[in-house]
Unconditional design. Structure first.
Length: 320
C-alpha cells in the first residue's frame, strides 16, 4: 500500500491510525492477561496473543505503517508497551526477510514473551521497589551488568518453541532451526526499543540516535543481515519519531520507504510559528524536493507556550 497522499491523505491516514490504535490497545490488554496468567497453565495464557499476532502480521503486511507509529509509546509498567512494541518491530523485520506466516507467528510470540521469561529469571514482578527497578535494568543491553545476551535469548526462544511443540499447539513450532534467527531479530528490536523509550533508571535517546548506535556496532555476518532488514523496514527515522523540517514545521514520520530513507511521509503536528497544526496534515517529502529533514527532535523537550499542545505531545508518547 502506498503512503497516504493527495486529496485523500488525511482521511486515509486517520482511518489507518484508528485501526492501529484499536489493535495496539487490544495487544496491550492481551499481553496483560498473559502476564497475569503466567504462573498458570501456559497455553491458556498464550491463546489471546496468537490471535493478536496474526492480526498484527496481516496489518503490517499491507504496508500500512500506522501500527509501527504506535511503537513510540510507553506504559507505566514498562513491560506492557515494551513487549508489544518489540513484537510489532520484530514482525516488520520478519516480513522484510520474506518470512512465512508460521514463522511470523513464532517471531511475534517471542517478541511478546521474551522479557517475561527473562524477568522470571530475576524474579521480577509488577510491584517493583526502587532497588528492583535497578535490578530490572540488568535485563537490557545498555547496562554493563546485563544478563541479556544472545545466548540467553536463544535459550528463551528454544524453551518457547519446545514448549509449544510438545503441546502440539501450533504447527509454527516444528522448526527448531528458526531459533537462532528469531533470537537475533528479537534481540535487535529489544535493544532499539529499550534505548528509545523511557525507563525508571534513565531517559530515552532519540530513535534516530538509537539507529545510529545500532549501525555503528560490530556484528557478525548473520547479524548484519538482520540489521540490514531492520534498516530497510524502519529507516533512520523510524515511524513515530519526531523530526523538524527545513520549513520550520515539526511532525512525526508515518511512512518510510526503503529506497528513500531520508524522505518519509511526515504528519505535521506543529506549524512553523509553533502552533498546533489542527487538523494535522501529511507531507510527502519524496514529492516535495524543496523540503527536507533538518534534525530529529524530542517532542517532550520542545519549548512552547501552548500548554495544551505540550500535553497532547506527551499523551502521544504514552498509552494510558
Amino acid at each position: 500500500m502506498a503512503p497516504p497522499h493527495a486529496s485523500s491523505q488525511e482521511g486515509s491516514w486517520s482511518a489507518q491510525r484508528q485501526a492501529a490504535l484499536d489493535l495496539y490497545g487490544r495487544a496491550i490488554e492481551a499481553f496483560k492477561t498473559a502476564f497475569r496468567l503466567y504462573d498458570q497453565p501456559t497455553l491458556a495464557a498464550y491463546s489471546p496473543l496468537f490471535k493478536i499476532a496474526s492480526e498484527m502480521a496481516e496489518m503490517l503486511r499491507t504496508d500500512a505503517q500506522a501500527l509501527l507509529v504506535q511503537t513510540a509509546r510507553s506504559t507505566g509498567n514498562y513491560l506492557y508497551a515494551h513487549s508489544v512494541n518489540v513484537a510489532i518491530l520484530s514482525l516488520r523485520v520478519g516480513l522484510g526477510l520474506g518470512w512465512e506466516q508460521d514463522q511470523l507467528t513464532a517471531l511475534a510470540m517471542i517478541g511478546f514473551l521474551h522479557d517475561v521469561w527473562l524477568a522470571d529469571l530475576l524474579r521480577l514482578n509488577e510491584s517493583k521497589t526502587a532497588a528492583e527497578d535497578r535490578q530490572e535494568a540488568r535485563l537490557h543491553p545498555l547496562d554493563k551488568g546485563s544478563v541479556f545476551g544472545p545466548a540467553e535469548l536463544e535459550e528463551v526462544v528454544k524453551r518457547f518453541l519446545a514448549e509449544l511443540q510438545a503441546g502440539q499447539y501450533h504447527e509454527a513450532f516444528k522448526r527448531q532451526d528458526d531459533a537462532r534467527c528469531i533470537a537475533k531479530i528479537v534481540g535487535l528490536c529489544n535493544t532499539y526499543e529499550s534505548m528509545s523509550h523511557y525507563r525508571a533508571w534513565r531517559k530515552p535517546i532519540l530513535p534516530y540516535e538509537a539507529v545510529k548506535i545500532l549501525m555503528r556496532s560490530d556484528r557478525k555476518e548473520e547479524e548484519t543481515l538482520v540489521l540490514k532488514a531492520f534498516l530497510n523496514q524502519l529507516s533512520i527515522y523510524p515511524p513515530g519519531s519526531f523530526v523538524r523540517l527545513s520549513n520550520g514545521e515539526i511532525g512525526r514520520t508515518v511512512h518510510v520507504l526503503p529506497r528513500l530513507p531520508t524522505r518519509p511521509a511526515v504528519e505535521i503536528l506543529i506549524s512553523a510559528d509553533g502552533q498546533r497544526q489542527n487538523p494535522p496534515r501529511v507531507v510527502q517529502l519524496m514529492e516535495n524536493p524543496l523540503i527536507h529533514i533538518t534534525s530529529a527532535v524530542d517532542p517532550l523537550t520542545l519549548q512552547m507556550s501552548d500548554k495544551r499542545l505540550a500535553l497532547f505531545l506527551q499523551g502521544e508518547q504514552w498509552w494510558i
